[in-house]
Design a protein around this ligand. Sequence first.
Ligand code: OAD
Length: 233
Amino acid sequence: MAKIIILTGAGISAESGLGTFRDEDGLWTRYDLNEVATPEGFARNPALVHEFYNARRANCRGAAPNAAHHALAALERARPGALRIITQNVDDLHERAGSQAVWHMHGTLAGALCAACGHRWEAPEVMQPADPCPACAAPATRPDIVWFGEYPYYMDVIWDALRAADLFVAIGTSGTVFPAAAFVQDAARAGVATLELNLEPSEASGDFDTVRYGPATELVPAWVAEVLATQAD
Ligand code: OAD
């Protein structure tokens, strides 16, 4: 059975009402990423960082998966074991659509992490700097989000999964943040076919074998229907 690796970015959740980062009116046009998405920013002003992610968590809770998330979940159900989603998104819309094989390489809003002892637990709706860690009691609670300057999760398994794939598909990502931005080149070097599904050409478009442009809620269900129409081999 053909193995498919999907990389998703903020664009797949845009039509669920969650903002992207770099589009017009994106989050990084309204917030300074150095202040809210770096360990240094957190050390300077943890209250501001918690406020930012508390707002993201509330937005996420109020959003619902869209047709693109549902189509990927349907593909996984139809081809068990053939699909792996690597998402840069910290929302849980893939899981709420029914996807199970999901790696959150940039962490998740659903998680809390103790900066002192590394203990992880389920994030409450609202987090504050003085919240004690349930394991060591240190008031060092942070969101379990990978910030700029930190090493993304799952990298030990991502490279191997990419190289073992038959097809790499990037959906709704600007191709500007590494290491995810390099996945297409790595896959191509390993002889893996590559497809981009994005609203418009991304920074990495030139590296893909095939590109399709339009909203994820149209492109992704259409592509999934094509895959499902082909014989499982
Ligand atoms: P970006 O905001 O950089 O890019 C979003 C991409 O989605 C753009 O290429 C848009 O054209 C596309 N897009 C927007 N609406 C779309 C739609 N309806 N259908 C399809 N595509 C659409 O977001 P990411 O690439 O996910 O990291 O950003 C990568 C990382 O940068 C994020 O995980 C985050 C951010 O800083 C951290 O916070 C560490």
